[in-house]
Design a protein around this ligand. Sequence first.
Ligand code: RNT
Ligand code: ZN
Length: 420
Amino acid sequence: MGVNNVEKAYEMAKEKYASIGVDTEKILKDLEKVKLSIHCWQGDDIKGFLFPNQELTGGISVSGNYPGRARTPQELKQDLEKALSLIPGKHKVQLHAIYADTEEKVDLDELEPRHFKSWVDWAKKEGIGLDFNGTFFSHPKSASGFTLSSPDKETHDFWVEHGKRTRKIAEYFGKELGQQSINNFWIPDGFKDNPIDKVLPRTRLKEALDEIMEEKIDEKYTIEAVEGKLFGTGVESFTVGSHEFYMAYALTRGKLWTIDAGHFHPTEDVSDKFSAFLQFGKGLMLHVSRPVRWDSDHVVILDERLTRITRSLVRDNQLDKVNIGLDFFDATINRIAAWVIGARNTLKGLLIGMLVPIEELKAAELSGDYTTRLAVTEALKTFPAGAVWDYYCMKHSVPVEEKWLAEVQQYEKDILLNRN
Ligand code: RNT
Ligand code: ZN
């Protein structure tokens, strides 16, 4: 579709939305303010660069062997640049500790900000922010299945030191890039079979986290987020860092709680948790993902699960308290397309959430007029949100929906397939 037609379709959509009191021009400006935190690990199947021969552990897995995986920091940056060029807006990238860019032989308990300098330089060049994650898996010291909650002193000390190092790195990101860097903690600790003692592992985890967080760091630069889970493969019976554990930790320590859409029972509506937690909590980090029957980390599609999340954020005015990160990994398709599809869908979901006469509907609900509430929300489902989205993409010099794939295919031919 040519530029003129994108504009024409937008003008018609704008008029239609205006007829129900929705100001599309204002919404386009609001959408611009949203930053997604795009996860680097979709680009290389969570291998990282520190220990390239280490197998992926921690109860998460990537399936597929689509050609073109990024093998070096340079390749990953190049792929991220391609993906970012197809996603409208200015965003953030979240790294994991294993993505350090250094020639040195350095272990996780020895990492320093300087090992991430090339990422900071790159982020400055791209005009984006960086978030961070400690890597508490895929390492010989996590082989027992326990990291921060380990009863073994040496293991405990190693992971606590790693945790402390991550805070320094995230602080460095925040200082250098002039925006807060979210430092997310997820650990795989747990038991395959029923434990006898569920108290001590959790006490150890609480104390280890407190030890890591002991030093005060200015929240202007970084804040920690803690991510719980229901279970992982090989850890079916008991997860030390459960949801209630981390929710309570975040509340009592003034940290962010991370909600990963794949970490709950498949029928649980995670979006319902935001307004409950935020009555009390400082803020949230999201790992937007798509669980298929379990925590499968499929690429995010524009389904009801996603729009429930994005609608809640918009309707309940929570965008300034919620950091929207992505977390999925699929190696059966082009990895750049995976990023682009997941990120664009998340933005589209937010746009759809915004293209609603929210105040009018809240007033209808308050007055008990549920007929209007149902009629309008149903009518909106066939309103021309796609025309507004195309226009938004065009305004941001990013290809419209039917055009970006050709660019990824060209990149695959020119770059990815030459990596063999
Ligand atoms: C694992 C968590 C965690 C990881 C990434 C790689 O279940 O979701 O966030 O996916 O850290
Ligand atoms: Zn996650």
